[in-house]
Design a binder for this molecule. Sequence first.
Ligand SMILES: Nc1nc2c(ncn2[C@@H]2O[C@H](COP(=O)(O)OP(=O)(O)OP(=O)(O)O)[C@@H](O)[C@H]2O)c(=O)[nH]1
Ligand SMILES: [Mg+2]
Length: 265
Amino acid sequence: MSLRVSGMSVFPPVRRDRVIAQLPQAFRKEAALHITEEFNNKVRMACQEQRTGTVGFKISKVIVVGDLAVGKTCLINRFCKDAFDKNYKATIGVDFEMERFEVLGVPFSLQLWDTAGQERFKCIASTYYRGAQVVIIAFDVNDIASLGHAKQWLEDALKENDPTSVQLFLVGTKKDLSSPAQYSRIEQDAMKFAREIHAEYWAVSSLTGENVKEFFFRVAALAFETNVLAELEKSGSRQIGDVVRINSTSSNLYATKKKQANCCQ
Ligand SMILES: Nc1nc2c(ncn2[C@@H]2O[C@H](COP(=O)(O)OP(=O)(O)OP(=O)(O)O)[C@@H](O)[C@H]2O)c(=O)[nH]1
Ligand SMILES: [Mg+2]
């Protein structure tokens, strides 16, 4: 498991290509979590006003689930390391990456949990599902069966979480391997399913990098927006600086960590 948390006490400037100033748009408007063009106004104002006083650690937990070998690890590696490995190495249990962003001037991190698709590791992997704010269900656009299994992955992930507060993404992988005609056929089914489960639909290629950055930017932006809105609602007139320190998602993360320690020794 690779743990890359740099600068816990002081925040070094975030990478310039991880700065999100505008709301990134959905891949398909017909299967989007919401279709507004800009960040929520309340969120923008809160970030603007508190820009200089903001301290602390704002973070969302993201889990990536889906059948074995659909390309979950490659997707994360393309985004976090700009690397692609054509050889399959099964994830054993889970893997973990931390990715730092700056959204509307506020530091924000995604904690990305890459889980195993292989049945024999599923039991370990599922102990890490808890406390997820975002669930990404990956399927291979060249393998209709992997889309069929998405529902089961969703159910398993939601068992460990509050279904009303989780943001869902359905991601078709390996787009480079399909012809436009094949792709558009599976896209119909995938978008239909995405709408049924209230997920946002994306299609990506980790080999070429197509839509990978756009996808994670969208995930980061929507997770951030939801996170801040929830905190604003909870805190009433409290400042976003306070919000950061008592973030409920982070306390969930600690709960997950404790659970991990119990299960995996
Ligand atoms: N052509 C192509 N191959 C891909 C792409 N993404 C992944 N692959 C290949 O698919 C295989 C499986 O990729 P992984 O990312 O390891 O799959 P996984 O979902 O993490 O698998 P588990 O960890 O077992 O659950 C590897 O051989 C990758 O090289 C892609 O976008 N295009
Ligand atoms: Mg993997």
